[in-house]
Design a protein around this ligand. Structure first.
Ligand code: ADP
Ligand code: MG
Length: 697
């Protein structure tokens, strides 16, 4: 047996359990050995019942005497189990809503209990409330030293495979498998004074006697530190190699001549901000270089990324290439289409829009235009990625909000040309830790300056019962010639439900609250020309209040709109709220964002409070990441987030920074060619699949 053996063939696993492990992505011995405990319990304090003292955390090995629903605590579904050992006294374990335990803890059964010893105020006997327990089979006496009398690892169950079974299996594997060599490069290991790999792995699962339980549970024992480092190290090496490889490829060397500069000048509707100029400078430099560009353009909502993207497109187009802009939603694509079309009108460039809602005939026609090279600028959704979309000569691929696509799709668009330059745009300010992982192979430009004349938006929180005051306020603003958005909550179940909710709000606002005003409705189910007409009328001020679900999240740009009312704001993530809020505050007038919520739990209150206190997208994104964790942050599984096993980019950002420095240092300056080749081989064999690092080298 070695580390690549399938779990199915491991003694004690078999096909059924192998299938259960599979649900956690665990297939091989190596996978299971890498399955870290999510916490540890100090069960070194094993006591007999006679020696227990109230107030202490203790482990006891006892037998079930009786198990039944409590008579006194019946109403709360209290379930009581009396335990005994040979030393004399009884101990009662109590579980609220513990009825299910009747089938688990049957009289005579041996269990280990772990919990806080308390005095039962009624009987004056000992009790434990909701103790952790593990059944110890009677034929398993020899093994019980593995599960009690020490610091014990607790694993997340894999389907029906319990922590105890996992613990035994891992213990067995650590004995049965040959000691594995240390994969980390020698100099790195020495510099960071790491214990050898195999020792660290063993200690991760079975901490040595005397380990600091708090360090273990904080993921900061020496073994944790090393394993977390190592995981980040491979990820960062992968990204570094990807970047090196990208730089070796031959791309397009765009020419930056007078004609290009003139065209850009001709297009500009206003003077670019310093940050826009700097970003364009960086982009232009990349485009003129022989290597393909891989650049991320970050800028808070409203910072003027579209303008910069359009300038980049001009460079490509004036060099005889096509430029494509890929957006994650149809509304966003449509918005981009209108913005770009308006900007390019003066230049005489044709712009087309390709989305899923084009008819088959339209699609065919548009695809022909793209393939023939007659249109230089193409905007679209996922529809652009379809097999049969062929470009005549794609030179620049711009991907907006790529986290909603995933890395693979970025590649797919890229493959539609011969190594075109790639510009990724995002309005979600990306916390540095994420920038180092998800976007770690990209160069970054940041627009950290808003166009002149913007005033900070005032954000207020009100509860639903104050909605009337909000509407009065909205009316006041409209009487001064302003406009308002009302965003109704996202309904996850279906687009139809979503549309109905929006319609209901619309009916209520137009019929009851604002009968004297024009209230418009925008939702995903409208036909393209209907959407266009609603947006157009709002733009012209014919509609004063626009009701919509999140569809206006990105893109709409009306300077006289000064109020953003977000209903059930607690249902939105903070970054999303920030995006929505960025729809107002685009003119010279003071703008307002009103967050309407129901009763709030602690987490939601924290989010709403952050929103009312900060206008800083980066700060909000950091908070969001902290509160919701990396998986939720992007709100999608497709985010291209690497599946980390033990490391966590929020908790372990300090280690991430160190690992990144070590990794990039190693790849840029390997001790020898052979050492680098070895590293590449190791990553390909062990990590490529997990990180989705397509072709690291
Ligand atoms: P983003 O895409 O970054 O959210 P946009 O490109 O939509 O931002 O720009 C937001 C608004 O600011 C638009 O109305 C745009 O025309 C305007 N804008 C962009 N750059 C400038 C600038 N340099 N000066 C004045 N207004 C600008
Ligand atoms: Mg280039």
């Amino acid at each position: 047996m070695d580390t690549q053996t399938q779990l199915m063939y491991v003694k004690g696993v078999g096909p059924a359990r192998a299938a259960m492990f599979e649900t956690k992505g665990l297939r091989t011995v190596e996978d299971l050995l890498g399955y870290a405990p999510f916490r540890y319990e100090d069960r070194s304090n094993v006591k007999t019942l006679k020696d227990l003292a109230p107030g202490e955390m203790a482990t006891v090995v006892v037998r079930v005497h009786t198990a039944r629903a409590s008579r006194i605590g019946q109403r709360m579904g209290l379930f009581e189990v009396a335990f005994a050992d040979i030393s004399g006294p009884r101990l009662t374990g109590k579980w609220f809503h513990g009825g299910y335990l009747a089938n688990v803890l049957v009289p005579g059964m041996q269990v280990a209990l772990f919990g806080k010893v308390e005095l039962d105020s009624f009987t004056r006997g000992f009790q434990m409330m909701h103790p952790e327990f593990e059944v110890i089979p009677d034929d398993d006496e020899a093994e019980s030293t593995l599960h009690t009398g020490r610091v014990v690892p607790i694993y997340e169950a894999a389907a029906k495979i319990t922590t105890r079974v996992i613990r035994s299996l891992i213990h067995h594997l650590l004995e049965a498998v040959d000691e594995q060599p240390d994969p980390l490069p020698e100099p790195v290991r020495q510099r960071l004074k790491f214990a050898p790999y195999w020792q660290s792995l063993k200690e991760l699962h079975f901490p040595p006697a005397g380990s600091d339980i708090r360090a273990l549970n904080g993921f900061r024992s020496p073994a944790h530190w090393r394993m977390i480092f190592e995981e980040f190290f491979w990820l960062e090496c992968g990204l570094a190699l990807k970047r090196v490889k990208a730089r070796e490829a031959r791309g397009i060397q765009f020419e930056l001549n007078e004609r290009v500069r003139d065209k850009i000048k001709q297009m500009l509707p206003f003077r670019p901000t310093g940050a826009q100029k700097r970003s364009l400078g960086e982009i232009a430099r990349d485009m003129a270089a022989p290597q393909p560009m891989h650049r991320l353009l970050q800028g808070d909502v409203g910072s003027g990324k579209t303008l910069v993207a359009a300038q980049a497109a001009i460079i490509a187009i004036e060099n005889g290439y096509q430029a494509a802009l890929l957006a994650p939603t149809e509304i966003l694509a449509t918005q981009h289409y209108f913005s770009v079309k308006k900007l390019f009108e003066k230049l005489g460039y044709l712009v087309v829009l390709l989305t899923g809602s084009n008819t088959a005939g339209e699609k065919k026609h548009i695809k022909k235009l793209i393939a023939s090279g007659l249109v230089p600028m193409i905007v679209g959704t996922h529809a652009l990625l379809e097999e049969d979309v062929e470009f005549h000569k794609l030179g620049l691929a711009i991907v907006d909000e790529q986290h909603r696509f995933g890395v693979l799709q970025r590649l797919r668009l890229q493959r539609k040309g011969e190594t075109p330059d790639v510009l990724v745009m995002t309005a979600t300010p990306i916390p540095r830790t994420l920038a180092l992982t998800v976007y770690g192979d990209l160069d970054t430009s940041i627009i950290d300056e808003l166009p002149p004349g913007r005033r900070p938006i005032t954000t207020k929180h009100v509860t639903e019962d104050q909605a009337d005051n909000v509407y009065t306020f909205v009316r006041g603003q409209i009487q001064e010639g302003r406009q308002a958005y009302v965003v109704c909550p996202v309904i996850e179940e279906s687009e139809t439900a979503q549309m109905k909710a929006a319609e209901k709000t619309h009916t209520y606002l137009s019929g009851t609250v604002f009968p004297e005003l024009q209230v418009g409705l925008l939702h995903g189910r409208l036909k393209a020309d209907e959407k266009e007409s609603v947006m157009d009328r709002f733009q012209k001020g014919e509609i004063q209040v626009l009701v919509s679900p999140t569809v206006i999240e990105v893109g709409v740009d009306v300077p006289t709109a000064t109020v953003m009312v977000i209903e059930q704001a607690e249902r939105f993530g903070m970054s999303q709220l920030h995006q929505l809020r960025g729809r107002v505050g685009r003119g010279g007038h003071q703008s307002f964002c009103v967050l309407v919520t129901g009763k709030l739990g602690d987490a939601a209150r924290e989010r709403i409070r952050t929103m009312t206190e900060s206008n800083d997208g980066f700060h909000i994104a950091e908070m969001d990441l902290k509160l919701r964790g990396p998986g939720e942050f992007f709100g999608t599984k497709q985010s291209g987030m690497p599946a980390l096993r033990i490391a966590n980019i929020v908790r372990d950002r300090d280690i991430l920074e160190i690992a990144r420095n070590e990794a990039w240092g190693f790849v840029d300056n390997p001790p020898s060619d052979e050492a680098l080749r070895e590293l590449v081989r190791y990553i390909q064999e062990h990590w490529q699949r997990r990180y989705g690092l397509v072709q690291v080298a």
